[in-house]
Design a protein around this ligand. Structure first.
Ligand SMILES: [Zn+2]
Ligand SMILES: [Zn+2]
Length: 288
C-alpha cells in the first residue's frame, strides 16, 4: 500500500500476456501505483477459468508489491441492452468477471452499460438495471464501475443522467454500484472538462445525481477526436484535443487526484513511459 494517502495513484491498463501475475512486473517497470487488466480475452465469450495456482501466483505478487489497487475491464462483447441469448450471455459474462475479480482481490470491474440498437431508451435502461441487479445479487465484494461512454452510435451512458437512471432503476442503496469516469469519453460526449468551469460543472452533475462517493476510478485518456465528436479514440496525454493545459487543469482538481488514475493510451513501451512522465509532471510528482 502506498503509505502517503495524498500521493495520487497512477497506472495503466497492462497486458497479462504470459499469465495474470505478469501484470505486476509490467506495471512496476512503468512506475505504476495502480493498474487495470483484462482477466479474460476481451474479444471472446469464452471466459477464462482461473486456476488456484494462477490466483495464488497473482496474490503472491500482490503481497510483495507496492501496488494494491487493481481493476479489471469486462470484455467488449457484453451488451446489457441486448435481447435473448446475447443478453443472457452478457449477464453471465459479468457474473464470471466479478467472480474472477474477487478471486484475484481486485477492487472493481469496469463495464460499458450497453448499446440500444433497436431498443427504446426506457426499455434499455430497464434491461441494464436488471442485468446489474442480477450480477450484484449473485456475487460479493467487488464493485461494478459503470463507465461513462463517448456516445458512439446507440451507446448508452454518455450522459451522467443516463447512468443515474440506471442507478435509480437498480434501486438498492448498494455501494457496490459505482462509477468510472473516462476523461476522453466525457470530452467526446460534450462535457468541456478541459476547462476549469467545465470540469467543476461535470463533477457537480455527478455529485448531485450519483454522489461523488460513487466515483471510484478515473480513466485518464486524451482524445484523438474533437470536443463533442461522440467518436471514441484515445490518445497520448497532452497530445490530443484535451491537450496539456486541459490535463493540467484536470490533474490539479482534488477530486480527480483522490481517485486511482488509469491510462488506456495506445500501447508502446516508449509511449507508456512518456505518458507516465507527463502525468507525473502535471501532478507535481517527482520525475520517473
Ligand atoms: Zn472502457
Ligand atoms: Zn475507459
Amino acid at each position: 500500500m502506498p503509505t502517503d494517502k495524498d500521493v495520487p495513484l497512477v497506472g495503466f491498463h497492462v497486458s497479462v500476456a504470459g499469465g495474470l501475475h505478469k501484470a505486476f512486473d509490467r506495471a512496476e517497470k512503468l512506475g505504476c501505483s495502480t493498474f487495470q487488466i483484462f482477466t479474460s480475452n476481451p474479444r471472446s465469450w469464452k471466459g477464462r477459468i482461473i486456476t488456484e495456482e494462477e490466483a495464488r501466483a497473482f496474490r503472491e505478487k500482490a503481497e510483495a508489491s507496492n501496488i494494491d489497487v487493481y481493476f479489471s475491464h469486462i470484455p467488449y462483447l457484453a451488451n446489457f441492452c441486448a435481447s435473448g441469448e446475447l443478453y443472457k450471455r452478457s449477464v453471465g459474462m459479468l457474473i464470471q468477471e466479478l467472480k474472477r475479480a474477487a478471486l484475484l482481490g481486485l477492487k472493481g470491474v469496469v463495464v460499458h452499460v450497453g448499446k440500444l440498437k433497436d431498443k427504446g431508451y426506457k426499455e434499455g435502461i430497464k434491461l441494464i438495471a436488471s442485468a446489474l441487479k442480477t450480477a450484484l445479487r449473485e456475487t460479493e465484494g467487488v464493485a461494478i464501475l459503470m463507465e461513462n461512454t463517448a456516445g458512439q452510435g446507440s451507446e448508452v451512458g454518455y450522459r451522467i443522467e443516463q447512468l443515474y437512471h440506471i442507478e435509480e432503476e437498480v434501486g438498492e442503496q448498494d455501494n457496490r454500484l459505482a462509477l468510472c469516469v473516462d476523461t476522453a469519453h466525457a470530452f467526446q460526449a460534450g462535457y468541456p472538462i478541459h476547462t476549469k468551469a467545465g470540469l467543476d460543472e461535470f463533477l457537480e452533475i455527478i455529485d448531485s445525481l450519483l454522489g461523488l462517493n460513487r466515483l471510484k476510478l478515473v480513466h485518464l485518456n486524451d482524445s484523438k477526436t474533437p470536443f463533442a465528436s461522440r467518436v471514441d479514440r484515445h490518445w497520448h496525454i497532452g497530445m490530443g484535443e484535451i491537450g496539456e493545459e486541459g490535463f493540467r487543469n484536470i490533474l490539479s482538481h482534488p477530486v480527480i487526484r483522490s481517485c486511482p488514475l488509469i491510462m488506456e493510451t495506445p500501447w508502446g513501451t516508449n509511449w507508456d513511459i512518456k505518458n507516465m512522465r507527463k502525468v507525473r509532471e502535471l501532478l507535481g510528482l517527482s520525475s520517473f
